[in-house]
Ligand binder design. Structure first.
Ligand code: HMG
Ligand code: MG
Length: 304
């Protein structure tokens, strides 16, 4: 990984992707504290919550209340799946709405109860309103490296969904390896193919770490020109409608990888480790899996 002097953007998704997957809902006050700690660590992009159906994701049912208490600093986003979600979102100060759709049909149906085409079509007028309202639009494509129900997902299917999202006016498209099955070779091929469709400055990578390949995939995508990487503090996360999916690549691991290669992230690792330690001990009361987080905590404990 040759440093170019140019930094990378770490897009923190733990408060949304992480907490949507916890067995117990976290108290709104603890979410506010978590967001404050992430802001203090220097994270500039943070996905705070989701305006999805509370029947589907009860863990984030407090999105409306949380949005009224966002600590200053980061540019926040929140998931918005449909018109109803946008009506809720529009009453908040959050500047970026994040739509999501899968490359594979079965995952999309399990996740949003619609076919890919119907989901995209239903979102078209919402996207128009988002643009007219001057709100930013991030869009996720899930299952880009494989689907928990269908297995392999052809690159051309991902390309087609990316095209549709561009037509909806997405400012940024985040490619989701929902179940963490991608390999560096596959990620390179995907990024190279997509570079012909969309400027790489608009492409982010959203990797879950089920097979422990996420960090290798981050490095491969960086070498191909991607500069925005989604990550989750301590390695929290998963998709409740993707069985077997584990957490996102840990933010600490991505920050450590880039900073040790001389590539700036703008994130203070110690503050982030403090945030993960607080979340682990005071809120979730279970160990978080992130490797650099665990290593740093172990080193601190041995030194004290
Ligand atoms: P549905 O049941 O088909 O919805 O769900 P519906 O349109 O038929 O509405 C049914 C009821 O839900 C109605 O209420 C609606 O008002 C209400 P009722 O009349 O019965 O009282 N409703 C809502 N309420 C609040 N907020 C809303 C909303 N929409 C409808 N936005 C729906 C369709 C899309 C809503 C549902 O399937 C859903 O919420 N799915 C979300 C699933 C989800 O959040 N998954 C995880 C996030 S995606 C992810 O993790 C992947 C990602 O990280 C990338 C990667 O890793 O690949 C992004
Ligand atoms: Mg995810």
């Amino acid at each position: 990984m040759a440093a170019t002097g140019e930094g990378v953007t770490i897009y923190e998704v733990g408060p949304r992707d992480g907490l949507q997957n916890e067995p117990e809902s976290v108290a709104t006050a603890d979410k506010v504290e978590l967001l404050g700690r992430l802001a203090s660590a220097g994270l500039e992009r943070v996905e705070a919550t989701s305006f999805v159906s509370p029947k589907w994701i009860p863990q984030l049912a407090d999105a409306d209340a949380l949005a009224a208490e966002l600590p200053p600093g980061p540019t926040y986003s929140a998931l918005v799946p449909n018109q109803r979600g946008y009506e809720r979102f529009r009453r908040t100060p959050i500047p970026v709405a994040a739509f999501f759709v899968s490359a594979s049909e079965t995952h999309n149906r399990r996740n949003v109860n619609r076919s890919v085409v119907d989901h995209l079509e239903a979102f078209r007028p919402v996207a128009e309103r988002i643009r007219a309202d001057g709100i930013g639009l991030r869009a996720y494509v899930s299952t880009v490296c494989g689907c928990p129900y269908e297995g392999d997902v052809p690159v051309r299917t991902v390309v087609e969904v990316v095209r549709q999202l561009q037509l909806l006016g997405a400012d940024e498209i985040s490619l989701g390896d929902t179940i963490g099955v991608g390999t560096p070779r596959q990620v390179r091929e995907l990024v190279r193919t997509l570079a012909a469709e969309a400027p790489l400055g608009r492409i982010a990578l959203h990797l879950h770490d089920t097979y422990g390949r996420a960090l290798a995939n981050v490095a491969a995508a960086y070498e191909e020109g991607v500069r925005t990487f989604d990550a989750s503090l301590g390695g929290l996360g998963g998709c409740p409608y993707a069985p077997g999916a584990s957490g996102n690549v840990a933010t600490e691991d991505v920050v450590d990888l880039f900073e040790t290669q001389g590539i700036p992230t703008g994130v203070e690792l110690d503050t982030l480790v403090d945030a993960s330690a607080w979340l682990e001990e005071q809120v979730l009361r279970r160990p978080l899996p992130g490797r650099v987080y665990r290593a740093r905590r172990g080193a601190r404990e041995r030194a004290s």
